[in-house]
Design a protein around this ligand. Structure first.
Ligand code: URA
Length: 238
């Protein structure tokens, strides 16, 4: 159950004060009956809420998959640089959205944007072992020693990497598919750099067991379903 003024504020993407004023003016109805008490509680799943006669769609939280383009940073709105939240289509924007995890400005691919802090924490915490998979284009080939070292878990300056998987996607070992379970700063670039290899291009293609929807062009996004969210969370079981 949630207070009606909060539901209206989130669903219509207006301030709490505006939501209260709509309620006081009798513009909001619950199950066909106008409400004018701003603190009335509604069941978001069952109650039918309308604004001026039009049904109001209310999702407590939203989960958006974006194919992040280069040149935007993984942050919320209000920064001097363009962020992944800035480039959401207007109709998907609502308060409190943030990217769940970081991709570098020049990294592309699967970015999850949500307003559900608990979910974000669950999928990002290294304790939960949820794998994130990337394709890295390298300036030099990697070899079997690197595969072994990544699988054992390498040390970077002040960080210890958990075991990571790596396999070649081409004959020359210059295109690597890498799976890691942490999200440390520049992690994949730093892992390769330890072996004097530069990552030229990086794209995230999977979170947990959910792959980036390849029908999304760079910069495009769509909502995720409950079963897709489960694929992310259950990825660690695979
Ligand atoms: N590792 C990196 O180096 N960069 C990213 O954006 C993600 C993982």
């Amino acid at each position: 159950m949630e207070r009606i003024d909060k539901v209206i504020s989130v669903a219509l993407n207006v301030s709490r004060n505006d939501a209260k004023s709509y309620i006081r003016k009798g513009l909001i109805a619950v199950n066909g009956k106008a409400v004018n008490n701003i603190s009335v509680k509604v069941d978001e799943k069952k109650d039918v809420i309308s604004f001026n006669g039009n049904p109001v769609q209310y999702d407590k939280f939203v989960y958006i998959m974006m194919n992040k383009p280069k040149g935007v940073i993984s942050a919320s709105e209000g920064r001097s640089e363009k962020t992944v939240v800035d480039i959401l289509p207007q109709e998907m924007k609502r308060k409190n959205l943030f990217p769940a995890g970081r991709l570098d400005k020049d990294t592309t691919g699967f970015m999850l944007i949500t307003d559900d802090g608990d979910f974000a924490h669950r999928i990002l915490s290294p304790k939960n072992h949820i794998p994130k998979t990337y394709i890295a284009v390298l300036d030099k080939p990697f070899d079997a020693n690197i595969v072994k070292a990544f699988e054992k878990g390498i040390e970077l300056k002040n960080d210890v990497c958990m075991p990571a998987k790596i396999k070649a996607l081409d004959e020359e070992n210059r295109i690597a598919q890498v799976t890691i379970k942490q999200g440390m700063y520049h992690q994949i670039k730093r892992m390769f750099l330890k072996y004097s290899i530069t990552v030229l291009e990086l794209k995230r293609i999977k979170m947990g067991a959910l792959e980036l929807d390849d029908s999304l062009a760079e910069g495009e996004c769509r909502y995720l379903s409950d079963s897709e969210l489960q694929l992310i969370e259950n990825g660690r079981l695979l």
